[in-house]
Write a protein that binds this ligand. Structure first.
Ligand SMILES: CSC[C@@H](O)[C@@H](O)C(=O)COP(=O)(O)O
Length: 338
C-alpha cells in the first residue's frame, strides 16, 4: 500500500486502524493495518506509530478494537473487565506521554454504551486533534514572532512534532511550517535525534515535503550553532507537562534548553492541553521510559559498539520550567514562573 503525502498518518478504516509505518520512513512508505489490541501495542512500543498525540489516538482506537472484540449483546460483565485489561496494556505500551493514558481513559468512558460509541468517541478525538493543532499553531506563531527579531528566522527543532506525530499539521513542526508559509523562516536546523533518528528520518522528510529550507545536524551541534548566531528560536513538543510547567520531551531537549538559556535564545514548547498532567507537581515524578541497549549500540542491523556493551538509554528527559520561555497550547501561551 502506498500513501500520497496529504493523507493523515493514521485513521480508522473498516474494522481496523490504518497507520503509516514510521519505522520504515523515509526509505519506504508502507501502511500498517492494526486489527487487534496486540497489533496496536506492538505498533506503539516499536514506534511504528509515535509522537504523543498520535499514540493517544492509536490507544483510543485500540480500546475500540477491544470493545468490538469483547462487547456483544449479553456480555456486559465480561466486556467491561476485558476492555479495562486491554486498556491497561495499551497505557503501559509507552509510559511517558500522558496523551496515551488520557485518550485511552476517555475512550473507556464510552464502553458501557457499546463498541460503536467508543469508535464514535475516537472519531471525535481525531477531529478535535485537527482543530486543536490549527488553533495551537496560530497561538504559537504569534508567540514566536513576539520573541524573535523581525526578519526570516533560523529555528532549531528536535525529534518529530509534525503531521506524523499527530492527526493534522503537528505542534512545534506545524508552527514552523506555518511560519514558513508566512515567509518568516530562513532555515530550520534539525537535530538528528539519536538513537531512533526521528529528526533525521522524519522531520527532514516532512520539511522537504512542505518545501521548507532545512539542514540536519548531529545532536551535539546545537550549542555550537547557537554560539555562532545560527539560532533565533528553539521550538519543541512535549510528552508530559507537570503542574509547575516542567516538560518531559525527547531525550536531548533538556540540553537544548540549557544551551538556549545560556545564549538568551527563546525556548518555546508547543503542545496540546492533553499533554498537561496537573496531577504531578513537578517533573521529578514523571516516569521516563528506558529503552533497549541495541538502539544505542548500533542502528538496525549495523553494530557500532562491542557486543555486550551496556547502555543508558532514556527515551525522554525533563526540562525545568525556568528554562522555558513559553508553553503554547490551543488555549494560548503560558509563561512558566521563573
Ligand atoms: C507532537 S509530538 C511531541 C512529542 O511526543 C515528541 O516531541 C517526542 O518526544 C516523540 O518521541 P517519540 O519517542 O518519537 O514518540
Amino acid at each position: 500500500m502506498s500513501m500520497p503525502p496529504a493523507q493523515p498518518s493514521l485513521r480508522w478504516e473498516g474494522d481496523a486502524i490504518v497507520a503509516l509505518d514510521q519505522r520504515a520512513l523515509p526509505l519506504d512508505r508502507r501502511m500498517l493495518r492494526l486489527a487487534t489490541v496486540d497489533d496496536v501495542i506492538d505498533a506503539i512500543a516499536t514506534l511504528a506509530v509515535r509522537g504523543a498525540p498520535a499514540i493517544g489516538l492509536a490507544g483510543a482506537m485500540g480500546v475500540a478494537l477491544s470493545a468490538f472484540e469483547h462487547c456483544r449483546p449479553g456480555t456486559a460483565g465480561t466486556c467491561a473487565e476485558a476492555v479495562h485489561l486491554d486498556a491497561q496494556r495499551l497505557i503501559a505500551a509507552r509510559p511517558t506521554a500522558v496523551n496515551l493514558a488520557w485518550a485511552v481513559r476517555r475512550a473507556l468512558e464510552r464502553v458501557p454504551e457499546g463498541a460503536d460509541a467508543v469508535l464514535r468517541e475516537t472519531t471525535a478525538m481525531l477531529q478535535e486533534d485537527i482543530t486543536t493543532n490549527r488553533t495551537m499553531v496560530g497561538h504559537a506563531v504569534d508567540t514566536v514572532l513576539a520573541h524573535t527579531p523581525d526578519r526570516p528566522l533560523r529555528v532549531l527543532t528536535h525529534c518529530n512534532t509534525g503531521r506524523l506525530a499527530t492527526a493534522a499539521v503537528g505542534t512545534a513542526l506545524g508552527t514552523i511550517v506555518a511560519l514558513a508559509a508566512a515567509g518568516r523562516i530562513a532555515e530550520v536546523l534539525v537535530g538528528e535525534t539519536r538513537p531512533l533518528l526521528q529528526g533525521a528520518r522524519l522531520t527532514t522528510w516532512e520539511l522537504a515535503e512542505a518545501g521548507v529550507a532545512h539542514r540536519l545536524c548531529v545532536d551535539s551541534a546545537p550549542a555550537a550553532a547557537m554560539s555562532r548566531g545560527l539560532v533565533d528560536c528553539v521550538l519543541v513538543g512535549a510528552d508530559r507537562i507537570t503542574a509547575n510547567g516542567d516538560v518531559a520531551n525527547k531525550i536531548g531537549t533538556y540540553s537544548l534548553a540549557v544551551a538556549a538559556a545560556h545564549h538568551r535564545i527563546p525556548f518555546i514548547v508547543v503542545a496540546p492541553e492533553s499533554s498537561w498532567d496537573r496531577s504531578l507537581a513537578d517533573g521529578s515524578s514523571i516516569l521516563i521510559e528506558e529503552r533497549d541497549d541495541d538502539e544505542v549500540t548500533g542502528f538496525g542491523p549495523v553494530k557500532s559498539a562491542p557486543p555486550g556493551t551496556r547502555t543508558y538509554n532514556p527515551a525522554f528527559d525533563v526540562t525545568p520550567a525556568q528554562l522555558i520561555t513559553a508553553i503554547v497550547s490551543e488555549h494560548g501561551a503560558h509563561r512558566p514562573e521563573r
